[in-house]
Ligand binder design. Sequence first.
Ligand code: SF4
Length: 249
Amino acid sequence: MSLIIHQLESFGTLDGPGLRGVIFLSGCHKRCRYCHNADSWQISGGETWPENEIYNWIMRNRNYYLKNGGITFSGGEPLLQASALERLCRRLKKEGFHIAIDTAGVIMDQDVENLLKIVDLVILDIKHVDPDTFLWLTGENMEITLNFIEILNELKMEYWIRQVIVEGVNDTTLEIEKLEKLTYSKYRSKIELIPHHNMGRHKWPSGCRVKRLEAVETSEEIMERLNQALLFFSKKDKTNETISRPMEI
Ligand code: SF4
C-alpha cells in the first residue's frame, strides 16, 4: 500500500512530545478560513510513497525518534488515508515508536477507529467553541468534532487539544474557559494555544470557494494572557480550589 505525502520533516519539535519525524499527508476536504497549509488540500498534489519507502525514511533516524520522541502524521487531514496508515503504524509500533496523529477530527469510520486503537496520541485541532462560529470557520458542524472526542474518551486514548488563536475571533478568556470545560477529560493531557500567523497566506488558491480570513498575527501579549487564563481554568477544574480569576473575563 502507498500513502500520498505532501511534505516530510525529519526533526520536528512542535507536533507531539520530543524530537519527531513529521509526515504531512496530502488531502483535506475542509476549507478552514485560516488554514496554514492550503497547498496540502489536493490529494492529487501530493507524491505517492510506497509504504516501504516511508518506513525506510523513518528508520534512517530511528534512534533519535526512539530516544524521547516519535512519529507524527499530520496534514492535510491524515485520517483520509486511515487504512494505509494503519498498516504502516502497526509496523512502527512493533519497533517501539510513539505515534501521534494530528487531525481536525471530522472523519470517523471503521478504518479510523482501527487506526486510533494502535496510535499513542491524538492532537485534535478545534477551531472554535461556539457552534455557529465553528461552522463559519470550518464549514463543518461542531457536533462531529465533539463526537470524535467522545470516541477518544471511549477508547481511553490520550489526546491534546489545539486551538489557533486569532485576534477578534477567539481571543477572550471566556472562550478559553469554554474550551477548557468543553474538552475536559482525564484522557486530555494538554491544551495548546497557537498564535495565528500569515506565513501560509500565499498558499491560498485563487478562485477558492471560501474566502480566506484576513487577520493580524496574534500578539505575544494576547498569548500570554490566554495561556495564563488556561492555566487558571485547568487548575480550577482539577482542584476545585478558589483562586483569584485572571483579568478580562
Ligand atoms: S482541517 Fe486542517 S488542513 Fe484542512 S482546511 Fe482545516 S486547517 Fe487546513
